[in-house]
Design a protein around this ligand. Structure first.
Ligand code: UN1
Length: 523
């Protein structure tokens, strides 16, 4: 994911540390042990609208390790009560949460557009993803299936059940400010864990809304705790806290590695969802207009700030010129602006650091890589754009697979069109990056579609659709530097937030020795 959320040790420029001023701006608080409380630091950061940096959305606590410690203690106190509540009862509370999210969807959507920048339709999709996740995963409260299996011995019973892992630290990014917290929070809760959630410093309001809804739904005090603040203090305190048995992190591959090392120190479970350099393969027999639609949506939706963004378009040489021309025409026609304006196609990027990083890649693409800047490439700073972080949708053509813009995650509205000679060539190029999240192919040949499906080493694959738009009931995650083998969403997420307990019940009334009694030979 993007630079802006890359380092736990970095303050982003969207939020600035200040002590309270401007009385009209709302002061938000942490949620610890069922109470809304300020940070011990007394410090706050301002949540700023990326489309209009004079619009201060609220002030949020800059939490300290002491705040995190209190939150962990609250989670500990609540743990036995929550884990012993029957799972179907836990689920009933979560269904109530789902109803609240539906009721307040419009408000939460507007809040999200204001703090994150994505256009209203997409922010609505983000809230909807949280709703879908809540309903789907709450249903697990009446399943959470384990299994029984025959035992080796007579009068002996064997079964396997899921148990919660304990106290969980959840660290979430700014690009899906409600969906991704829900992907972690809801399964953690249905499995019986208690949590400390730290949202990205750029988008605390959406997590506040989610946690506020949890309170209203009747989740008992201490089960969900919210601490806002920066990675270097609050985030690191969560990552390093010895009482947290599990850390679930979504963010950059670099930060994920740091999180994984801290977890390894204390044998904590660590689930990581990280970068992507996703690809759409366009074959010469594909529907070019449909592929253009998918490429525009995948590359420039959410201003390219998705882990699943279509940042590479590998196009068969026979249709390369035609595809590139149409793509550039469409990209040029996109309206960049405030996401709250229904006429806007592409909103701002998250903050000034993101602008810097994306603009530096646009520079690298031209000067270091020598690719052709086919459209875009500029920062928009005049008129309606003057007070926001706006960048034109940018298309590079004549891109070679080993160029930096074709290898590194830019996390902005930039895509690279790469020619390919054949399906084999396209697959080789497509697999030739360090990430493995999402891939897609446009073709009308079922054999080619299945070949690519089989050969692409990614966690997600689409046929005749873009690389974005995963649904909550299928596992989400990637291979290589994208993840560490876990999958969120689907029922597979239960394997992150629960651990197996194998149980043997011997009702024979005598000592029965496994692997020894009832075995021929030396036994
Ligand atoms: C992300 O980009 O971090 O599949 C998550 C999608 C969304 C989730 C993206 N449902 O694009």
């Amino acid at each position: 994911m993007a630079q802006a959320k890359k380092s736990l040790a970095k303050t982003t420029s969207k939020t600035q540390s200040r002590t309270a001023s401007r009385p009209s701006v709302k002061n938000y608080q942490n949620y610890i042990g069922g109470k809304w409380v300020p940070s011990e630091s007394g410090e706050v950061s301002e949540n700023i609208n990326p489309a209009d940096t004079q619009d201060i959305i609220g002030r949020f606590p800059l939490s300290t390790p002491q705040d995190v410690n209190k939150a962990v203690n609250a989670a500990r106190e609540a743990y036995d009560g929550w884990r012993n509540m029957p799972a179907p009862k836990r689920a009933e509370i979560l269904f109530r949460l789902g109803e609240i999210l539906i009721r307040d969807k419009e408000t939460f959507t507007a809040d999200m557009t204001r703090e994150m920048g994505k256009v209203l339709k997409e922010a609505g999709g983000d809230v909807q993803e949280a709703i879908d996740c809540t309903y789907y995963t709450a249903g697990e409260g009446r399943r959470l299936h384990g299994f029984t299996t025959p035992a080796e011995m007579p009068d002996k019973f064997a079964m396997c059940v899921r148990q919660p892992v304990g106290l969980c630290g959840l660290i979430t990014p700014w690009n899906f400010p409600m969906a991704i917290p829900s992907w972690k929070l809801i399964p953690a809760l249905v499995c019986g864990n208690t949590v400390v959630l730290k949202p990205a410093e750029d988008t605390p309001l959406s997590s506040y809304n989610l946690v506020h809804a949890c309170e209203e739904a009747g989740i008992p005090p201490g089960v969900v705790n919210l601490v806002t603040g920066e990675g270097e203090s609050a985030g690191a305190a969560i990552t390093n806290h010895t009482a947290l048995r599990l850390i679930s992190f979504t963010g950059s591959t670099e930060t994920g590695r740091t999180v994984a090392s801290s977890c390894a120190e204390r044998n904590a479970i660590c689930s990581l969802e990280m970068g992507g350099k996703n690809v759409i393969i366009v074959m010469d027999d594909g529907d070019i207009d449909l592929a253009i639609e998918g490429a525009i949506w995948g590359a420039f939706g959410t201003s390219g700030q998705r882990c699943t963004a279509s940042s590479r378009l590998v196009v068969h040489k026979k249709v390369y010129k035609q595809f590139s021309k149409k793509l550039v025409e469409r990209a040029k026609a996109l309206r960049v602006g405030n996401g709250a304006d229904p006429k806007t196609d592409v909103g701002p990027v998250i903050n000034a650091d993101a602008v810097k990083k994306i603009m530096s890649y646009i520079d690298i693409g031209q000067k270091e890589d020598g690719a052709t800047l086919a459209c875009g490439g500029r920062r928009l700073t005049r008129g309606d754009h003057a007070r926001g972080h706006f960048i034109e949708p940018t298309v590079f053509t004549d891109v070679a697979p080993d160029m930096r813009i074709a290898q590194e995650e830019i996390f902005g509205p930039v895509t690279a069109v790469i020619p390919a000679k054949s399906l084999d060539d396209a697959i080789e190029i497509a697999n030739g990056v360090r990430y493995g999240l999402s891939a897609a192919i446009y073709t009308s040949d079922v054999n080619q579609a299945f070949r690519a499906m089989n050969d692409m080493y990614t966690g997600i694959f689409y046929v005749n659709a873009s690389t974005i738009g995963a649904e909550v009931h299928l596992p989400f995650g990637g291979t290589k530097a994208t993840g560490n083998g876990h999958r969120e969403a689907g029922t597979q997420v239960l394997d992150i937030f629960s651990e197996w307990k194998s149980i043997y019940v011997d009702y024979s009334g005598k000592l029965q020795r496994a692997q020894i009694d009832m075995v021929e030979g030396l036994g």
